[in-house]
Design a protein around this ligand. Structure first.
Ligand code: ATP
Ligand code: MG
Length: 334
């Protein structure tokens, strides 16, 4: 079990309100990602759920029980941080056993859970090593192992992969997703990386300045961002936002079109401009285009290798059914 509900939960530090009252439900077994720019309150929200911060107002319920004033250790949640916080003088086995020892779990049961966690995380061969003898990715797996053996109602992750290099991050991202598929335990995962959010989440919560801008599945947010903030935040490279006459022609203050929804055509496109930087990734080419009269830089994604160079004229044709329209307040027009 691990259904978590926040009911008008708010948080102030002194007289600064960093999270105005918000409502949120995380369903049992769901993988929820909190995403948003630095300082938007992701960690604070997670720490409120964990009980590491007191709420200023409102109620937190875990499986229907009011947990608002329950101390962290009694909430049945396990938190994994960016810094692994392992005990350097203890073996991996002892590090993983530690929370169970504290909770008075029997030796036999400890051994059973360590064995299962080590198997799930590919740590079986490393149980007798110390953290200093492990790679960053292995250490992060030990930290996750230590969370797993507590058999929590939910896992809370705060940017657990941001200390790892890019390749390892992608690997660990898959491992955590697979772990979730196997354990089916509620997971709340904080990141500022929208690619992590898109690839891992069942449900994404986009935060800005402590306010929930949108909640939905990755594809909901991709297909129908509620406002220009979510439109610009979800998707890589970013959605192009265009104002002025071009937007007015579509009955909007701002229109949005993703780089992958603009086709490069031979000639007589709807728009044209001059190629600035071209990023050749092999599988795709990203063109940063100037002089379109639409926006300072228009980003376009072409599949595969397109041999246009810096300074070339490029002809473009937006897929009109993929244009998003926003009003003067930046809210989506359906
Ligand atoms: N203990 C504290 N006292 C005062 N202000 C705090 C405290 N902790 C956090 N804040 C403020 O609350 C806001 C939200 O911080 P939080 O750490 O939740 O952001 P975040 O979204 O996790 O950012 P990041 O992506 O940089 O980790 C920030 O403006 C921060 O300065
Ligand atoms: Mg944070």
């Amino acid at each position: 079990m691990g259904r978590i509900t926040l009911d008008k939960v708010s948080k102030s530090f002194g007289d600064v309100e960093v999270i105005p009252p918000l409502d949120l439900t995380i369903e049992d077994g769901e993988f929820t990602v909190f995403v948003g720019p630095s300082g938007c309150g992701k960690s604070t929200l997670l720490r409120l759920i964990a009980g590491l911060e007191d709420t200023s107002c409102g109620h937190i319920r875990i499986d229907g029980n009011d947990a608002t004033h329950v101390p962290p250790a009694k909430r049945g949640l396990a938190m994994v941080f960016q810094s692994y916080a392992l005990y350097p003088h203890m073996s991996v086995r002892k590090n993983i056993a530690f929370p169970m020892k504290m909770a008075g779990v029997s030796e036999d049961e400890q051994a059973r859970r360590i064995d299962a966690a080590a198997k799930a995380l590919n740590l079986t061969d490393y149980l007798d090593r110390r953290p200093g003898q492990l790679s960053g990715g292995q250490r992060q797996r030990v930290a996750i192992g230590r969370a797993i053996v507590r058999e929590p109602a939910a896992f809370l992750f705060d940017e657990p992969l941001s200390n790892l290099d890019a390749a390892l991050r992608v690997g660990m991202r898959l491992e955590i997703s697979e772990l979730h598929k196997r354990l089916k335990t509620t997971m709340i995962y904080v990141t500022h990386d929208q690619v992590e959010a898109m690839t891992m989440a069942d449900k994404i919560v986009v935060l800005r300045a402590g306010v929930i801008e949108q909640v939905g599945s990755p594809l909901d947010l991709y297909r129908a961002p509620r406002n220009t903030f979510v439109a610009g935040f979800i998707g890589s490279p970013k959605m192009n936002l265009i104002g002025g006459e071009e937007a007015a022609r579509h009955g909007a203050r701002t229109i949005g079109i993703r780089p992958e929804h603009i086709d490069v055509v031979e000639d007589s496109g709807t728009w044209q401009g001059t190629v600035g930087v071209a990023e050749h990734l092999g599988s795709d080419t990203f063109f940063h285009i100037h002089g379109t009269g639409l926006t300072e830089t228009l980003t376009v994604r072409a599949l595969g290798e397109v041999t246009l160079r810096h300074g070339d004229t490029i002809h473009l044709s937006p897929r009109t059914d993929q244009i998003h329209r926003f009003d003067a307040q930046g809210l989506r027009i359906e």
